[in-house]
Design a protein around this ligand. Structure first.
Ligand SMILES: NC(=O)c1ccc[n+]([C@@H]2O[C@H](COP(=O)([O-])OP(=O)(O)OC[C@H]3O[C@@H](n4cnc5c(N)ncnc54)[C@H](OP(=O)(O)O)[C@@H]3O)[C@@H](O)[C@H]2O)c1
Length: 247
């Protein structure tokens, strides 16, 4: 039980990588609050995980929703020990010159500003207690540009720098801040890349590990970063991509 007595908040916990993180954290004894936009979906997920999982609807792009979420968690549990900024969207996929202001703002609000706001709402308590772990789910698209993924790559690159900047300032207060940069993982978000067998085969041809990533393979790394076993680890970007970025 590596997270016994810990309170964790995972954004985007209704499916994919966020759900896998919630499952692994719950398995290790944490009380896990999951958020997503639909309460009924979250309720069903919480029932399926069948452990200490608390479903709270929240649109992470809206400040009022985030404040309500954090207030509820603080009232109910008194603190957050582990924050996982996982929720993201990719509404602006396409040629870089076709991205408009609305898409730009939406991508910044959901993928980036949400993490900034949640850190601002939650980290002061962590600093006061002298302990906490913040994990930002970035992407290998934030390490190098993704073709027709201007906004996705930009937001993930900024999330990585946000991670390192917070790590530098919050480390002396006992708060560790790290990022995970997943490669291709089998979820709804990345369906385009793996649903066509030929496209997937072409992708795996250049990747050293010859399988498509599973959400659980990201979640186990998040567990390490969340736990006290990673007590000397901060400001890092852990790339979990089957070796894809080696090529
Ligand atoms: N899959 C990959 O290959 C891959 C690779 C690199 C990085 N990542 C990163 O991994 C993270 C998880 O992605 P995934 O692949 O698991 O995606 P996913 O299956 O599409 O899940 C996204 C989650 O985020 C939630 N979400 C989306 N917009 C939201 C909003 N405005 N407010 C609250 N929740 C919201 C969704 O719930 P609702 O729709 O119910 O709101 C869902 O739970 C993301 O940060 C993504 O960029 C994924």
């Amino acid at each position: 039980m590596q997270l016994a007595d810990k309170i964790a908040l995972v954004t985007g916990g209704s499916r994919g990588i966020g759900r896998a993180i919630a499952e692994v954290f719950a398995r290790e004894g944490a009380t896990v609050v999951i958020c997503g936009r639909k309460q009924e979906t979250l309720d069903a997920v919480a029932r399926e995980i069948a452990a200490d999982v608390v479903p709270l609807a929240c649109h992470v792009g809206r400040m009022a929703d985030l404040e309500k979420l954090v207030n509820t968690v603080h009232q109910r549990f008194g603190r957050v020990d582990v924050l996982v900024n996982n929720a993201a969207t990719n509404v602006a996929q396409g040629p870089c010159l076709s991205v408009d202001d609305v898409q730009f703002d939406k991508m910044i609000e959901v993928n980036l500003k949400s993490a900034f706001r949640l850190v601002r709402l939650i980290a002061p308590g962590m600093c006061k207690r002298g302990a906490g772990s913040i994990i930002n789910i970035a992407s290998i698209a934030g390490l190098r540009p993704q073709f027709e993924g201007l906004m996705y790559s930009m937001t993930k690159a900024a999330l990585i720098m946000m991670t390192q900047s917070y790590a530098l300032e919050l480390g002396p207060k006992g708060v560790r801040v790290n990022a995970i940069a997943p490669g291709l993982v089998k979820t709804v978000l990345s369906q385009y890349y793996w649903s066509d067998p030929q496209r997937l085969a072409g992708f795996l041809e250049t990747q050293p590990l010859k399988h498509l990533g599973e959400p659980r393979e990201i979640a186990e790394v998040a567990l390490l970063l969340a736990s006290d076993r990673a007590s000397y680890l901060t400001g890092q970007v852990v790339t979990v991509d089957g070796g894809a970025t080696l090529r």
